[in-house]
Design a protein around this ligand. Structure first.
Ligand SMILES: [Mn+2]
Length: 437
């Protein structure tokens, strides 16, 4: 039996907006949080001790982290080198350069020849000798279209056919690797990927481009004794029958509010051919708390907000207070007492959202159920906007030009915040956001 610690999605150096500067160290407290949580994982690896550590990818927010962030990461993994614990560092999408191959932020470990460290930046099988025997680790880093295909092959194909072709290529390459496995040695697939039935967390908003999903059937092969995944921040097992377990350990610290309700931790594995056992071990990551209250219809708004705050345990948490109010209620809010009430939090933001009483009714012709071409939609909209009369003609002209010019329009994926703001604007509500850090 081989003991393994599997962790993933460290994202060290991200979420600084949720922290503050520690006056004693000069560092952002969120970096210190991430280092602390990572050190808890490494502590466990050393205490047991485990025979192998598997990291599922996404070490940093991008491929070029600041040197002090790199160093904080390295000094924790260094402890595994000192204890002679072999470690596989898989390359995730955040570790890759958008152009070219490999993960610059992790390949340095191979370049330096760190003893016992394997960098998984290619689809290949590594045979690793541990204190308790050999193990095969097939590394499957984040795939991009250029990994398995040339530009000529994908030219003229739709995104969907390119993805399909990529899955077919992957199937063939995986098959080739599987056939070369030593059948007497326990085997792990270590992959940074989006499986097609995973439930999502913050990685949706963190990803730069839209990725594609990998069919679960490619992973649930009997030749694997454990499938160690990275990418999805919510811990989950995708194969309830556990033959083999297909596990996302999730991120080790909350990257943002979308992970507010998730438990954070790592996975301990007892790897044996055909009878692997695993257990999720929680670590105490910093809590995130959303306090949301609608005071637009209450008589004493201040009291209602204070009551809402009192209901939550905000001690040392990253807190956001969101309250919806009417503009005439603004004077009834005593913001200094809100600050006092939130002072026990690690950091907090206060987001008043104005509910406009003068919201324009929607134009019936433009409701979601009607399909209408963009130019006609704009025309209808302008017909209803007396105030835009002077520039209506030039707006139409500009829109016409835009539509004619651009055959290929690349749409930047909207951030969560933008989406919610758009939503609020469409709904006839204005959204004012004030942050206090
Ligand atoms: Mn990822």
């Amino acid at each position: 039996m081989i003991k393994i610690l599997h962790l993933s999605d460290i994202h060290m150096g991200s979420g600084f907006c949720h922290g503050r500067i520690n006056a004693e160290t000069g560092l952002n407290t969120r970096l210190e949080d991430f280092v602390k949580t990572l050190s808890r994982c490494i502590d466990r690896a050393l205490a047991d001790p485990v025979d192998l550590v598997l990291f599922g990818g996404d070490a940093f927010p991008d491929a070029t982290p600041a040197p002090y962030v790199q160093e904080a990461f390295a000094s924790q993994f260094r402890r595994l080198v000192d204890a002679n614990i072999p470690t596989v560092l898989l390359v995730g999408n955040h570790d890759q350069h958008s152009q070219g191959q490999g993960g610059a932020s992790l390949c340095i470990y191979r370049t330096l020849g760190v003893p016992g460290f394997v960098v998984g930046d290619k689809l290949t099988t590594h045979r690793i000798e541990t204190r308790n025997g050999s193990v095969q680790v097939l590394t499957l880093p984040w795939l991009t279209h250029s990994t398995l295909m040339t530009r000529q092959e994908t030219e003229g194909l739709s995104m969907e056919s390119v993805n399909q072709l990529l899955i077919e290529r992957l199937r063939v390459v995986l098959e080739g690797e599987i056939r070369r496995f030593d059948p007497d040695v326990p085997t792990v697939l270590l992959g940074h990927l989006m499986a097609d039935n995973a439930s999502l967390g913050a990685e949706r908003f963190l990803a730069v481009g839209k990725g594609f999903t990998i069919p679960l059937s490619l992973l649930t092969r009997p030749c694997f004794d454990y499938v160690a995944l990275g990418h999805v921040h919510r811990h989950q097992n995708l194969n309830k029958s556990n033959n083999p377990p297909v596990i996302y350990p999730g991120s080790i610290e909350r990257v943002d509010f979308s992970e507010e309700k998730e438990d954070k931790g790592y996975v301990m594995i007892e790897l044996a051919q055909g009878s692997t056992k695993w257990e999720f071990c929680q670590v105490s990551a910093r809590s995130f708390r959303t306090i949301e209250v609608d005071i637009s219809k209450v008589e004493d708004p201040q009291k209602a907000i204070m009551k809402a705050i009192a209901k939550h345990d905000i001690q040392d948490a990253v807190v956001r207070l969101i309250y919806k109010l009417r503009s005439e209620q603004l004077d009834l809010i005593d913001s200094s007492s809100l600050h006092d009430a939130l002072s026990a939090a690690h950091t907090y933001t206060i987001q008043p959202e104005l509910v406009s009483q003068l919201a324009r009714p929607r134009i019936p012709e433009l409701s979601a159920s009607n399909s209408i071409d963009p130019m006609a939609a704009l025309q209808t909209y302008l017909n209803n906007r007396e105030d835009l009369k002077d520039i209506a003609e030039s707006m139409l002209e500009a829109a016409h030009k835009l539509l004619a010019d651009d055959e290929e329009i690349y749409l930047e994926p909207a951030t969560d915040e933008q989406k919610s703001q758009n939503h609020l604007l469409v709904g006839g509500t204005t959204n004012t956001q004030l942050s206090f850090l």
